[in-house]
Each structure stands twice: as C-alpha cells, then as structure tokens.
Design a protein around this ligand. Sequence first.
Ligand code: XMP
Length: 525
Amino acid sequence: LVLILDFGSQYTHLITRRIRALNVFSLCINGTSSLKSIADLSPTAIILSGGPHSVHAPNAPCFSPEFIDYVESNNIAVLGICYGLQLIVQQMGGEVKVAGKHEYGRMEIVVDKAEGLFGNKKVGDRQSVWMSHGDEAVRLPEGFEVVARSQQGAVAAVENRRRRFFGLQYHPEVTHSPEGMDTLKYFLFDICGITAGWTMEDVLDEELKVIKSTVGPEDLVICALSGGVDSTVAATLVHKAIGERLHCVFVDNGLLRWRERERVMETFERDLHLPVTCVDASEQFLSKLKGVTEPEKKRKIIGSEFISIFDSFGHELERKLGKKPTYLVQGTLYPDVIESCPPPGSGRTHSHTIKSHHNVGGLPKDMKLKLIEPLKLLFKDEVRELGKIMGVPQGFLKRHPFPGPGLAVRVPGDVTLGNHLDILRRADEIFIQSIKDAGIYDAIWQAFAVFLPVLTVGVQGDQRTHSYAIALRAVTSQDGMTADWYCFDQKFLAELSTKICNEVPGVNRVLLDITSKPPSTIEWE
Ligand code: XMP
C-alpha cells in the first residue's frame, strides 16, 4: 500500500489514481491523521501531498510529531510533493521562506545530481514541470541535498537517501509534468522496491472473500437498485458472493425515462441474473407530487417515498422469509468517502446544501441495517472495470448518470400536469438516440431533455400551434461538481430540432442550454 497523506491539494485524488493506474494500491487519508491510523494501514511508502497553506501559517496542517521516528524505524520511504516537501524541510530542521519570486505554471527544471529520484537521468537533463508554490526551501536539513533546481535556481527536488526522505517542489502527477510519471515510477519501483500487481481481478477476489466471511449463512441482505452503474456493480458483486441471500428492489416511481424500467430489468434479469423485485409505485409518487411546485419540496417528497417503499420491502421480506434483513448493500464510491471528511482548511466542505441530493438507499432509521459498501475504495473508472470483469454489459457501464428524483427535476413546477412527462420522455429518447447515432455519447458526461411548461406560438403544417418547448442539456464534466456545456455540431442540432418537433406531439420549439455550472446546476431543479 502506498499511503497518501492529504494536506488539501486539489491534486491529491489524482496522485492516488495515478499510482493505482500503475497497478499499485494506494489510499489517501487526512494528512493530520493519528500515527495509529497510519500504522494500522502498514504502508510501504508514504506520499505527503501538496496543499494551499504556508508551513508558517497558524494552524498549518502537519503530520504527527512521532511521524518521522515511525517511518525511519519502519524503513518507509517518504516523498513530499510541493507543500509536502516544505513540511519535510521545516520539520526536519531546515528553513522555508516566502519565495522572492513565486513560481506558478509550466517551468523548466535541471537535474543537478543523477542519483536517487533522478537515478535514471543525466546531470544537466532538463524537463518541463508544473509548479504552484509561493514558499521555497532556502536551507535544507542536515544530510539532505538538492538534486534538481528550477531555472531561477530555486530548489526543485531534494533527498536524503540514507534516511529515505525525498521531495519534489513541482507536481509530478499532472499531465503538464510530462516526465513526472517517470519520476513517480522510479520512486515506487526502484527506490521503494514495490512490485506492481494490484488489479481489478485481485479486488474482486478480495471483496468476494470479505463479503463471504462477513455475511452469515442465515443473514438476509437487501439492495436498492437505481439502474445506475454503482448500485448495479455493487449488487452483482454481492450476488456473486452470497447468491440468493441477496434481495434487490427496483422502484418505478413514474419519473423514469422512456422504457427505462423494461431496459434495466432486462439487464438485471437476463444479463446479470440478479434477484430483483420491481415495485411499480408510480401512482403513489405522482399522487404525492400533485400540485407541488417548489423544487426542494419535490425532492423531499420523492426521498421519503423511496424510504417508505424500501421499508415496506424489508417488512414484506420479513413476512415471507420469517426473518429481518441484516445488511444493506450500497454503491458508495471512494470520492464520496474522501469528500465526507475533507482535510482541515482545504476549503472542501459541503456546508452549503445547493440541492438536497438523495441516495435511493436512504436508510430508514428503525431498520437498523448494517452496511456493505464493496466499492467504497474505488474510483468510478475502477468500478466500471470491475463491472466489466463480472460481465455487466459495456453499454450499461457507460450510461450517463441519472438523478434519484428522476424526471421530476427536468419538469420545472408540477410534474403531474397533462402529459408533460410523456412529452419529455419522447423528446429525451430522440435526443439520446441521436447522440448515440452520432458517436458522441461517450464524449458527453451527461445529456438529457428538459420539459418547459411554457406555451408558445408556432406554425406546423400551415397551422398555428400553441405548444410547449423542450430544452436540450449536454455537459462535459469530471465529477458533476463543475461542468461545461457541450458544443454540438450545427448540422446535428438542426436535424435534431426538426426531428423533435416532427415526432413529438405537443412540441413546437427546441432550445439549447448553453450555461456552465456554475452559475447553473446541471439539472434544472
Ligand atoms: P446538479 O444539478 O446538482 O447535479 O448540478 C450534479 C449531478 O448530480 C445528479 N443529481 C442527483 N443524483 N440524486 C442523485 O442521485 C439527486 O437527488 C441528484 N440531483 C442531481 C445530476 O444528475 C448530475 O449528474
């Protein structure tokens, strides 16, 4: 295990992912974690991340005082990146000062010593790297030496090979440092002697073992399937481990896309052989939503209806099988785990509820279920790979995200009026199919149609019409936190607009949403 101590850099996840991409398992935890939580993980190497602070700032985050003794006595190599380098220098007796000249962006560095981190380079070799720092190391602790400098002569890389401490002032993990991965590899494989071998097959074997040994022979396990990638992969994995003791539920809340229920049930049953009960609760949801126009209220109603159906599902199982379910499977991913405990001062807090997102598996309090979260150490692309190994169809694994409250957040206002939901379903299906036919589905992070409850005048077949408008939303994004609108080809848009107006009764106008997030959100409510 390569352990990353996070001091708040925006690149911390990227380091974790880069190392995993080299088939080495890595985890990241808060930089100020106790020595015990570090030692419990028995890391082979430790990376100290960058961060937005100055080591001189009051309350600047730091590793625990016994950290240096611990790593030395266990012969663990430590690599500090940016703030991480400055911490090493300051904590081991050197000096860090505000730099005369700040270094931000692409810079060139020159190798001073072809040893240690640059053992595979020559003295005088230059490389382009990404810097982002305001402080610099001006005096190194005893036993340390500079192995690379920036063009301005500032310290770019340091090391103390005997004590196994290394530091890079730049960010080797970003693509703007093209040889950065070379240096990371050299650190992991040559200096630390790690052997690459962590694969998704190993993860699968390991998770199966854990689930088999956790869930007792009499235990019942339940799982709410949303039709999304995460819950499907999680359920497939648990099903592989414990078979028929897993009971899944899929809820049709009347807010699903065109033929969504048939499509996902077909995948669950035909491709994955998952034991799924499909609950048609559309009337229950829609009657509760009748007349409700306030977005947050709509979300709350949908969330609590899900919980009540889930609750009934649990009770129904208990009636049928004579015992209460013990475990609940959730498709929680690693970024959710990291985000829920952000490092101090990182600015990564979730204190502002912009929208009350809800997970389909929201836990009814009195059910007292224990959680099984087999994906909680994985990133999304790793989950897709795991799904692929288990035979989840490729087309399913690449589906765009779909929100728990479904089409309710794509029909502003009362969703139950007239045939608004039906109009939206038809327009959305044409939009998504056109994107697939044009071969751009995978280049878009999320695309959907929005129904606008506004009647405008049009002329169709020589007749005046008074019909609704459809907005098209397509975005690119990394994680949904920020997003940019996708730029379609003009001919594609022209054909699409004609098709929607011709084929969807009740629509005479098509609009394109060209707003990024922020200031908008991806969904319309
Ligand atoms: P927003 O609209 O907040 O959406 O920019 C960001 C991403 O989250 C999805 N989304 C949700 N997902 N439950 C979910 O499971 C929700 O309540 C929810 N609301 C939004 C949205 O589709 C986008 O991918």
